[in-house]
Structures are given as C-alpha cells and as structure tokens.
Design a protein. Structure first.
Length: 246
C-alpha cells in the first residue's frame, strides 16, 4: 500500500527533516569579531525555564504557504507541518534522546529513525537540541560537550553529531550553526532577526542550507511558554512500506 514512499515523500517532509537533520552547503562562519566565549556559554547554556510552543511560517522551494509548529514538554515533543488551511501533513515525535518517529499523515504510516534515513538519505540532528536553538539557547542538552574552537566559535559535541556555533554579543545570541562531523560540513543554519522573548533573544528567521543548494526558511509567527505543557496523543499508524522491501 505504501510502496514507493521514497519517491512520493511529501515536499514538506524534506523541510521537516531539514530541521531535524539538515545536510548542507559548506560555508565559513560570519566575521563578527572577537567575542567572550566563556560569557556566551554561561548565558546561552542556561536551561529552559518553561515548555515552549512555537509556530513558524515555512518556505521551501516547492511551497511558501506551510506552517511548522513545535511543542515541547520536558524531554518530549512534537513537530507538525501543516498546509495553509490547517490540515496537518506530517508529525515528528521524540522522547528524550531516543530516535524520533516520523508520521506521514497523508499516507497513514510511520517511519522510525533508521527507515527515515533510508527513505530520505539524512541523519538526524537531535530534536531536543534543535528546540533549544529555536528558543535562543545553544543547541546542547545535558550530556553534550561544549568547548571553544580555535576560530572563535563554540563546538557542541553530542552522541553521533557535532556542530560549530557562531555567537554574537549585545545581547548574546546564536547567529549560525554548521555541521562539524568528521566527513566535512554538510549543512548550515543561519539565524537572524532576533526578538526578545522570555528574557532571551529568539531567532525570528532561520534559514537551512543543504548540499546541492536545497534550502528551507522558517519565519517566527508566535512563541508561548507553558508550565507542564500537554502533548497531543500520537496516531496509531502502521509502519510505512519502503520501496525495495517485502
């Protein structure tokens, strides 16, 4: 029933995975001058004090009218892509540091992390770290290592992934994140138009650039902070049948 999913995967899916697992153009860090990296680590490494619910306008080469919503509750969360009139087309769920599960709501099936990589050719950037980045923090959770690189950037190293983070002062904010895996830079995020929310400057725009010139842009629409946010239940979808599998 779901054979050929790899070819028919929704255009929005690529944008979702661009955020979870961006794979992108090689680019140097912007020149922002000398910064106090210890002060940046202290400020931007603080934990979130509440659960965020974030809404973005999502633009990809094939569409400019999508919506992307992220809601987190402690270490768990949901990421949903919807059409302009509110019909959800995909849902990604995660729990702590466990691999995420992707739900194709149009096909009525789900992909686990390993199958997601097989179908789309990506490797996941951890969602908990991505949520912190959206909320104006460093993309690092407990257990990740943060160090100072020789080129004036911060290096975040987690389980199976690493990234170089460019920060800027007055006020402290993250302005770029670039893949730092051993096989070379494959992806890059640029963050701009920061606004003050919950004390921290939150990026108003996030641009993802990937290998081959592919891109996705997120424009912040709204951000709310909640205490003990309630997550919606997950659909009871069967596994997607990928092309080439019996």
């Amino acid at each position: 029933m779901h054979s050929g999913l790899g070819r028919r995967i929704l255009p929005a899916t690529g944008a979702v995975i661009a955020l979870l697992a961006v794979a992108a153009c090689v680019s140097s860090a912007p020149e922002i001058g000398s910064v106090d990296l210890q002060a940046a680590r202290s400020r931007l490494g603080r934990p979130l004090t509440a659960d965020p619910a974030v809404l973005y306008r999502l633009r990809v080469p094939s569409s400019g009218g999508l919506r992307l919503a992220v809601i987190a509750s402690g270490e768990d969360g949901r990421l949903t892509v919807s059409e302009p009139f509110g019909s959800a087309v995909s849902l990604t769920a995660w729990s702590g540091t466990q691999p995420p599960t992707f739900y194709d709501l149009r096909e009525g099936c789900r992909l686990e992390a390993a199958d997601l990589e097989q179908a789309l050719g990506v490797a996941a950037m951890p969602l908990p770290q991505a949520v912190r980045l959206m909320c104006g923090r460093l993309p690092a959770i407990a257990g990740d290592e943060i160090s100072e690189s020789t080129d004036g950037r911060l290096l975040v190293t987690g389980r199976g992934w690493s990234a170089l983070v460019t920060v800027a002062p007055d006020p402290w904010r993250v302005v770029a994140v670039e893949d730092a895996t051993r096989d070379g830079a494959r992806w890059r995020l640029s963050l701009s138009d920061h606004i003050t929310s919950h004390i921290f400057p939150v990026p108003g725009e996030i641009r993802v650039e990937k290998i081959g010139g592919r891109w996705a842009e997120l424009e912040l629409v709204g951000l709310e902070w909640k205490q003990a946010a309630q997550l919606p239940p997950l659909p009871n979808h069967p596994p997607c049948v990928l092309e080439g599998r019996q």
